[in-house]
Design a protein around this ligand. Structure first.
Ligand code: UD1
Length: 340
């Protein structure tokens, strides 16, 4: 059944890929984004790829209750996918109040507005970072949370406030998706990751080294207790993440909060990722081993079985595709999004 979906943060990396999936499957999409960490040009690429327009695009701050209210008044929204948030771990320690205000405060404003307008279906963007400093491999959803930085704590707090709100409002149905490490890009090369400033995350950093914007990738630690000494992560193709959100919409039928990991269930080390990306590029990516980055844990791998059992859903794209697609986007957009 086609839905009318509000996507907050719809111009961002995961948001924009999700909007393409939604349009491709016949849903009507309204995007809200303040473009604080996204380009309006991503939405040009989205509509070009989908071959049909968005119902509306609003440039607004999620905490602006008046703006949200006007959006819900103007459209017959039945579901919300909520991405809009700040997401840099290091930055969250420098400006924690901003993180709590935007990530937690923004979610509260959204929930209040949804309640006022009788909208009871929400997919929430959560994160594997809420598992924190853990040695459990792989990680299932009922592992205890132990967030170790303000960013991760905002995501954990949001899950808790969603559970409390669901307990009070029996009509509310929420799915929180805890993604592991989304990378890659749309296979067309039109849509991808375009971080503001120097990338914090490993794949966009190596992609910018490959196009000559940065000189070499710092490998943060090669003395971990892992097979090659570098940290292992569960990288997941952004189109799989987007597909997971699209499928979640079809499962917003039960009241209450459900939590699912989105990951592949297998890990790759920084060196393995570097080797795969170098293969995609066709040459060695310059890198040097540096000391460990504070807060990194050696291994984070999803147990993806809950979502597989509940929805029969699993990822379909491997590390080779993630690297090839990320490189295709970076190669065709060496300086990020430009007007199409
Ligand atoms: C972190 C968060 C995750 C969040 C993501 C995006 C945690 C546990 N995870 O993932 O929830 O969604 O950021 O903001 O908080 N690395 C390098 N060189 C670099 C950059 C990274 O070697 O220049 C290494 C890191 O040490 C790490 C791996 O690459 O081992 C992945 O790092 P990154 O891409 O930043 O993601 P996470 O820290 O795993």
């Amino acid at each position: 059944m086609p839905h009318t979906v509000l996507v907050t943060g719809g111009a961002g990396f995961i948001g924009s890929h999700t909007v393409v999936e939604l349009l491709d499957h016949g849903h009507e999409v309204i995007v809200l984004d303040d473009h604080s960490n996204s380009s309006p040009y991503a939405l040009d690429a989205v509509t070009k790829l989908a071959g049909r327009p968005l119902a509306a695009v609003y440039r607004a701050d999620l905490r602006d209750r008046g703006a949200l209210d006007a959006i819900f008044t103007s459209h017959d929204i039945d579901s919300v996918i909520h991405f809009a948030a700040k997401k840099a771990v290091g930055e969250s320690g420098r400006i924690p109040l901003e993180y709590y205000d935007i990530n937690v405060g923004g979610t509260i404003t959204l929930l209040r507005t949804m309640h006022d307008h009788g909208v009871h279906r929400l997919v929430f963007s959560s994160s594997c970072s809420i598992y924190g400093d853990t040695t459990t491999v792989p990680l299932a959803e009922d592992e205890p949370a132990g967030p170790t930085n303000p960013y991760a704590r905002t995501k954990h707090l949001c899950e808790q406030l969603l559970a409390d709100t669901c307990a009070r409002h029996g009509e509310l149905s929420v799915i929180a998706l805890r993604y592991f490490n989304p990378i890659g890009a749309h296979p067309s090369g039109l849509l991808g990751e375009d971080p503001t400033g120097v990338p914090n995350n490993v794949l966009p950093y190596m992609a910018q080294v490959a196009v000559g914007r940065l000189t070499e990738l710092p490998v943060f630690g090669a003395d971990y207790a892992t097979p090659d000494g570098t940290c292992v992560r569960d990288y997941i193709h952004v189109v799989d993440v987007a597909d997971g959100h699209r499928v979640a919409l079809d499962h917003l039928d039960e009241p209450g909060l459900s939590v699912f990991n989105l990951g592949t269930g297998s890990g790759a080390s920084v060196r393995e990722l570097l080797a795969e990306f170098s293969r995609a590029v066709g040459r060695e990516i310059p890198h040097r081993v540096e000391s460990r980055r504070a807060g990194d844990v050696p291994v984070l791998i999803a147990d993806p079985s809950r979502v597989a059992t509940a929805w029969g859903w699993r990822t379909t794209r491997d590390l080779r595709q993630m690297c090839a697609d990320a490189w295709r986007f970076q190669q065709s957009h060496p300086r990020g999004y430009q007007p199409l």
